[in-house]
Design a protein around this ligand. Sequence first.
Ligand SMILES: Cc1cc2nc3c(=O)[nH]c(=O)nc-3n(C[C@H](O)[C@H](O)[C@H](O)COP(=O)(O)O)c2cc1C
Length: 221
Amino acid sequence: MKEGFKKYQYKELEDSAILQNSITYRNNLENRRSIRFFSDKPVDKQVIENIIMSASSAPSGANKQPWTFCAISNPEFKAKIRKAAEIEEYENYHGRMGEEWLRDLEKFDTDWHKPFLETAPWLIVVFKSAYDVDSEGVKHKNYYVNESVGIACGFLISAIHQVGLVTLTHTPSPMNFLHEILGRPENERAYLLLPVGHPSDDAEVPILEKKTSDQVIKYFE
Ligand SMILES: Cc1cc2nc3c(=O)[nH]c(=O)nc-3n(C[C@H](O)[C@H](O)[C@H](O)COP(=O)(O)O)c2cc1C
């Protein structure tokens, strides 16, 4: 064994089990939806830690893990974030998004009001780090930062769904206010804002069509 390496522990499965797993996994993920109506039912901090650490196990360019997850349950922080997000979203819905974008959003029946930012028991704000700074103040490069953080967010959204909770991938842009409210360092930029919790009893989701396998897969066999 090369120094710095260890044997990968691979659990070999029968083909039939792999097929069954793929069906189960697909069915489960196809039930995920973005939720915009939350109940205030609490979620254990350990659950939040587990889903974030699941996300943080994601692959990243040169294993730099260029992400920070702020997990917020403090009502004062949530209120500040809602207020600042609604200021940006008001501008977005009143001119900044443009006609085509607003038309594309009609089916979601969304507007600049974001009450879920206070109702949901937790907000997770994902920050990406363009570079890292060590204890001596020296800057170190990160690689494929957008791809890496996007993959980690995919892991996060999947984990939230797998454990039985719901979320919304939210981008009240520009999101610089999150950097300020949460006092993050210069090298970090807000990437996504995810309310996490249980849906309200009357939560509705728009009926959306997902692309078919023919549309998204091109086989070369
Ligand atoms: C990068 C990204 C940004 C998004 N931003 C918002 C947002 O700011 N507000 C919102 O209500 N939904 C937002 N969404 C949610 C999408 O509208 C939603 O994922 C899409 O309509 C598909 O619905 P589904 O997630 O229920 O399958 C965003 C999704 C992504 C991937």
